[in-house]
Design a protein. Structure first.
Length: 316
């Protein structure tokens, strides 16, 4: 039962049931995604909203925030903030909190899973057995992973977690990042092209900010060795998709394993015809354990904000 004294929260997009239940128990929740006329809804209720909850892949537009004069907090289900105008939120003094540190392991696990599945042709091998081809012929050879050179673009928490896992495969760790990490066994590359040219596998783990849009372009792909694989568990916006498609079609690189795309959930159909591509529907953090932990993190961030305490996942 809601009361007029409960804080008002605007939910931009659907989230897990456990988080929906938690929000309903503590706040008066407006669900923007259920409104047929969002503009009219915001005109009538925008001034009541004190905080916003959204997903990292959805964010919240400046146009919506401009109609929420009392909003002082955005709680993000995820770690991505590229769909939020951080300069505007900074100007307004709106705090932004993410589910920091919660999904690192899952994203790093999937990065290694994609790398292994793509290079060892696990999807093709499964289909090879299911279709009865094994009784007639031998499967094509795959690509070795152990002792290869792993390039990591972005050496934040996720990049470092990927590097730790790759160490178990005796891989050489190369990286390029905004900040140099003086960790033993990590080899710094001064620029992305140098990293690309030395990598058997190039994993994108950088943030999806505007400065990184299209950073994996035709020149970077051409710098990669012809046998190299590109793995993207960051954001689709970091890759120039038409350039990547051309590189795959023309065998400029060995292949790509992608969990993210530029215009999700739309994926260019040209990818579907390629055998040197492994595709996933943006599921890096999609485990029961991590999604529950993310839900709790959002609830904790909101509770801290409304009680005047330090917000655990605050980024600004």
């Amino acid at each position: 039962m809601h009361t007029d004294t409960q804080p008002v929260v605007l939910l931009i997009a659907p989230v897990m049931d456990v988080l929906q239940t938690s929000l309903d128990a503590s706040y008066r929740v407006f669900r923007l995604y259920e409104q047929t006329d969002t503009a009219d809804f915001l005109r009538r209720h925008g001034e009541d909203v004190q905080a916003v909850v959204t997903r990292g892949d959805v964010g919240v537009s400046r146009e919506i925030l401009e109609q929420l004069p009392r909003a002082g907090m955005i709680a993000v289900f995820g770690v991505g903030t590229d769909a939020i105008d951080l300069s505007y939120t900074r100007e307004r003094g709106i705090r932004v909190g993410i589910t920091a540190g919660v999904l690192t392991d899952d994203v790093a696990d999937l990065a290694m899973g994609l790398l292994l599945a793509a290079s060892r042709r696990l999807r093709q091998g499964d289909q090879f057995v299911r279709s009865g081809q094994w009784e007639k012929t031998a499967p094509p050879l795959a690509t070795k992973v152990s002792k290869k050179r792993l390039g990591i673009l972005g050496m934040g928490n996720i990049g470092q977690a990927i590097a730790r896992r790759a160490k178990g495969f005796d891989m050489t760790i190369l990286y390029h990042s905004r900040q140099r990490k003086d960790a033993p066994g990590y080899h710094w590359c001064e620029d992305l092209h140098s990293l690309a040219s030395q990598s058997d596998f190039l994993v994108i783990a950088a943030s999806g900010n505007p400065e990184n849009t299209g950073i994996i372009n035709a020149a970077v792909l051409e710098a990669m060795p012809p046998h190299a694989w590109l793995i993207n568990v960051a954001r689709g916006s970091l890759t120039d998709e038409p350039a990547l498609l051309r590189a795959l079609q023309e065998k400029v690189i060995g292949g790509a394993a992608l969990d993210v795309f530029e215009h999700e959930p739309h994926v260019p159909e040209a990818f579907f015809a390629l055998d040197n591509v492994l595709l996933q529907p943006h599921v890096a953090s999609a485990t029961v354990e991590t999604r529950q932990a993310m839900s709790q993190s959002v609830a904790d961030n909101l509770a801290a904000y409304f009680s005047g305490r330090e917000i655990p996942g605050l980024i600004q």
